[in-house]
Design a protein around this ligand. Sequence first.
Ligand code: PMP
Length: 464
Amino acid sequence: MNVLSNPRSTADYQAMDAAHHWHPFTDTADLAAKGARVITSAQGVWLTDSEGARIMDGMSGLWCVNVGYGREEIVEAVTRQLRQLPYYNTFFQCTHPAAAEFSEALAQVAPPHMNRVFFTNSGSESNDTVFRMARVYWDCMGQPSKKIFIGRHNGYHGSTAAAASLGGMSGMHAQSGLPFPGFAHIDQPYWYGEGRDTGLSPEEFGLARARQLEAKIDELGEDNVAAFIAEPIQGAGGVIIPPESYWPEIARICRERNILLVADEVICGFGRTGSWWGSETYGVTPDLMPIAKGMTSGYQPMGGVLISDRVAGPVMEKAGEFYHGYTYSGHPAAAAAGLASLRILQEEKLVERVRDVLAPKLATLWGGLADHPMVGETRTRGFLGAIELAKNPATGERFGEEVGAGARCRDLCVANGLVMRAVGDTMILCPPFVITEDEMDDMAARARKTLDDLADQLTREGLM
Ligand code: PMP
């Protein structure tokens, strides 16, 4: 049956879903009882649900639809590719035009010291690939004891076994006995959440958090540490924007201690921070960069690892075959989508648009929300934003967990026609790069109305 030509009712979809669909990162029984919102179509920055409601997508799907919905160029490129060659593998001495062309196009936009890509299907697989590749690299360098990875508490690198171990999500770790041995974590550079009471300035706090890496390397022994991994700006952790002092210090430590630096560019890559790479925005040159999401703008599932010459050279020369890969590595339709999305970014100068138009305007608009009585802090970098909800903005006192201020705010926000996501009581934002300036004003008005509604609701219930 064709679901597009023969749509069923919202209740029908919700019933099927409730009976058979186990949702990712969701209390599935709870959702089944409520009924999932059914999204049926989208255009530009607007989603439409099965009841006909239009909602502005302030999260670009899940941080991925950077070039916006309804891009016929991508649809056509994928369709053409599916007609010509829907699938062939890249394992057995074969390639195809889509994978070859996309790898060249990626190398052209990658930092100059990165000239090779390993294709995967997701950000998680990209980070599992990083885990294996970095270990092989140190074997090839005659330093096989360098095996441990250092990540960060509240970092997110995906859901597969190694990626979840690299990440520092306490809930994920508690549920399945992670991290595996061989993974260590340092604290995050989260000024609003963890820095304000330290007596340090943001820049001092950034340095202190970066220097935890040095201390951790000393504790574990430099000869045992393979790599440090971090997102240039933490996304899933709550759009945590590090103080400017943080990244240069991290880069210095990795360089001096001979530790590979892995910048997880799954969210920050492809223009999100106003340059092609988040690491570029912060002036650092990583050895490996896992990518996904904006790589195809979400039109097809795809990820990859961009690999520096430093790592690629010895591994290719000494290991020969790297026993790693996925059936769909370099999938033709995904590569065609990626190439088409990349061309849109280039031809419409969307990375420059983020830098010159969207980022400054978002900074102004979100700065304008900072005086709201529900708000402890707003922050933006590039086209990412966060609002910290606070019970007492002057002291930064948060609402108790039992209040669920973030979840309430998210629901009110959707009712006001805007998707923002809640991470605890931090409201986060990551809109598509094709949003108009008028739509941005509209977005900020919906956000302000949501904060007003939240204040009303909490006051009514005696929670303020
Ligand atoms: N790394 C980062 C920084 C991410 O934000 C995500 C996904 N939110 C991942 C890795 C995992 O990507 P995926 O969900 O495609 O496996």
